[in-house]
Design a protein around this ligand. Structure first.
Ligand SMILES: *Cc1c(COP(=O)(O)O)cnc(C)c1O
Length: 362
């Protein structure tokens, strides 16, 4: 058996130790004589994983006590609707900062529910290559929250620090960089993420929400769309994605065993320095339009001098066991997604391949 070097944008590579552990437990998990997929979500055994996942996430983030972790379904995309449905009452409004495709989706979905404002957009000709400067962001007086996307998966930009509009809370879609670095929770009221990039398999959506926002949220919503109901039932109003949460629990334990976010943050910086180092060394060959201060440490997107070379790059990478490097169709070119499960070792192998490709074709 040969594992590939996987740089897919999501679903994405998982730590091999986690996969091996899950494999070993598949037929008899925790001396139950069953897999975790075959046991009640109301059982004591499952409950330990469910609560353990929430607690471990709180510990890794050093999260303030007044935040709750919800383990939901429907992906980050359902949160595009649930956030405004829950946090905005009749006639209330919120502000959106649009820096990419997903944040534009969040904005467009919120517009169907409420009369929301566009506080800033970095769109140019349908593309987004930067994070706005603070002075460009026009937050309205009445905003109940300000929404942003911490990492723009498709274009490869990332907020390096976050604005603080307290007491107006930030709401952030962190799907593609959650758990990639430490966060100061102070400006945030709600953080959400689909699990399939840095946390585990698809099927789990994490919502981290401040308790007062739950308390003040609308209470006339259908149960499955209501933070109040879902939080009140500890995310067990209905059957959760038990297997997904079990896998996420293992990923969190893996992060913890590596040294937590101190280790992860350093590793991600080192990986980014390796790849951006090459882009800066050969800027005419690895052509990046992303503004330097906005560079994402998770997704690196660039073009080669022509499309023939891009095709050749992807083919030769694949022949070398390196996959998942095709850019999103709206940007083209190459995209490297290097989430936590790909360490410095894996990124160095990719960098060697890139430099070698440059020497032969540049
Ligand atoms: C992948 C991604 C999404 C979409 O997530 P789903 O779980 O598929 O709904 C949303 N936002 C960002 C920033 C993403 O990277």
């Amino acid at each position: 058996m040969k594992r590939v070097l996987n740089f897919y944008p999501g679903p994405a590579a998982l730590p091999v130790e986690v996969l091996e552990e899950a494999r070993d437990e598949m037929l008899d998990w925790n001396n139950t004589g069953m897999s975790v997929m075959e046991i009640s979500h109301r059982s004591k055994e499952y409950e330990e994983i469910h609560n353990g996942t929430q607690e471990l996430l709180k510990k890794l983030f050093n999260m303030p006590d007044n935040f709750k972790v919800l383990l939901l379904q429907g992906g980050a995309s359902l949160q595009f609707a649930m956030v405004p449905m829950n946090l905005l009452k009749e006639g209330e409004t919120a502000d959106y900062i649009v820096t990419g495709r997903f944040s534009n989706n969040a904005y467009k979905n919120a517009k169907k529910i409420a009369n929301v404002n566009l506080a800033a957009s970095t769109e140019e000709d349908g593309k987004y290559f930067r994070i706005p400067k603070l002075e460009e962001i026009k937050v309205s007086k009445e905003a109940r929250y300000v929404h942003l996307t911490s990492n723009n998966t498709i274009f490869g930009t990332q907020w390096k620090s976050f604005p603080d509009y307290s007491p107006v809370p930030l709401v952030a879609d962190m799907s593609s960089d959650i758990l990639s670095r430490k966060i100061d929770f102070k400006p945030f009221g709600l953080i959400y993420a689909g699990a399939q990039k840095n946390l585990g398999p698809a099927g789990v959506t994490v919502v981290i929400i401040r308790e007062d926002l739950i308390e003040n949220s609308r209470d006339d919503l259908p149960d499955m769309l209501s933070y109040k109901t879902l939080a009140g039932k500890n995310s067990l109003f209905n059957t959760p994605s038990c297997f997904g949460i079990y896998m996420m629990h293992k990923v969190l334990k893996w992060v913890d065993s590596k040294g937590g976010l101190d280790f992860i943050e350093k590793q991600n910086e080192e990986k980014a320095n390796i790849i951006y180092g090459l882009i800066d060394k050969y800027p005419e060959f690895f052509v990046s339009k992303v503004e330097k201060e906005s560079r994402s440490y998770m997704n690196v997107s660039f073009r080669l001098p022509d499309e023939e070379l891009e095709k050749k790059f992807l083919e030769e990478a694949q022949n070398n066991g390196i996959i998942g490097l095709k850019g999103h169709r709206s940007v083209g070119g190459i995209r490297i997604s290097m989430y936590n499960a790909n360490g410095v070792k894996e990124v160095k192998i990719l960098a060697e391949f890139m430099e070698d490709f440059y020497k032969k074709n540049g």
